[in-house]
Design a protein around this ligand. Structure first.
Ligand code: SAM
Length: 243
């Protein structure tokens, strides 16, 4: 039966170039890998999984494609499952930014011939952008989407000039690493929703910390207020389209 995938995985699949050899690291049930092959997007996939349960599920999902030499399911940590030059595209999705960065950092040697990274951190996008910047990867696309009321960002990068997407903008690099340089240029409505949600979260934190009289709480409240001021200004720009 044809595999159906979520809108989030569909958006990731849309960034895989036709005919590419694709690695999906942390593939879970290998739905993305399966979809890419069934729909003639990828020419070959490697599904990598560190945990036994998802590894077995991926093997089951891809059994026919493995038999036809189109897929390989490998158990191991991050990019260690890949041979150098084996894939053109690496997808890492559905994990925290910190874990994605640690997988990329530890597997750097395997990225030499990779032409595109498609990364979807559930949290910690800033860390991922920083790693890309520090390691010669240029963001080429950023997408924001909402599914089941959760907002996700997808970052696509290629070897190039990492500073390019950050140049010619009025915001500092530090701010753009948080906001997303390409998302900030485009200002899609969901970016306003994302940062409005962040503001609400911080307002709740501020209400909590101001209940306490301790010096520590008052320092924390000060820091939260500063962050709220920044967010207010960011949100005003998103509402008015200002740079
Ligand atoms: N990529 C799929 C998606 O976006 O829907 C699955 C995401 S699932 C939440 C994260 C998967 O990554 C889990 O199946 C987990 O076992 C796997 N994983 C976590 N750390 C990993 C690592 N270092 N190497 C390979 N897989 C890992």
């Amino acid at each position: 039966m044809a595999v159906t995938i979520s809108e989030r995985l569909g958006a990731i699949a849309a960034y895989c170039p036709k005919g590419a050899r694709v690695a999906d690291i942390g593939s879970d049930h290998a739905l993305l890998a399966s979809f890419l092959l069934e729909n003639g997007v990828a020419s070959y996939v490697v599904a990598g999984e560190v945990n036994e349960g998802p590894y077995r599920a991926a093997q089951k999902q891809l059994a026919d494609l493995i038999a036809n030499g189109l897929a390989s399911v490998r158990k191991g940590d991050g990019l260690a499952v890949l041979r150098p030059g084996e894939v053109d595209v690496v997808c890492i999705a559905g994990m925290g930014g910190q874990l994605i960065v640690s997988i990329l950092e530890r597997g750097k040697a395997k990225l030499q011939d990779v032409r595109r990274l498609i990364l979807q951190p559930n949290v910690g996008e800033e860390r991922v952008r920083r790693w890309l910047w520090q390691n010669g990867w240029q963001l080429s696309r950023e997408t924001i989407l909402k599914e089941d009321d959760v907002i996700y960002e997808i970052l696509v990068a290629e070897p190039g000039d990492p500073a390019q997407p950050y140049s010619g903008q009025e915001r500092s690099v530090a701010e753009l690493l948080r906001l997303g340089p390409l998302l900030w240029r485009e200002k899609p409505p969901l970016l306003l929703e994302k940062w409005s949600r962040e503001r609400e979260k911080l307002q709740r934190i501020l209400a909590q910390v101001t209940k306490s009289q301790s010096a520590e709480a008052s320092a924390r409240a000060q820091a939260v207020k500063q962050e709220l001021n920044w967010l207010d200004e960011v949100i005003r720009c998103l509402q008015t389209g200002k740079p």
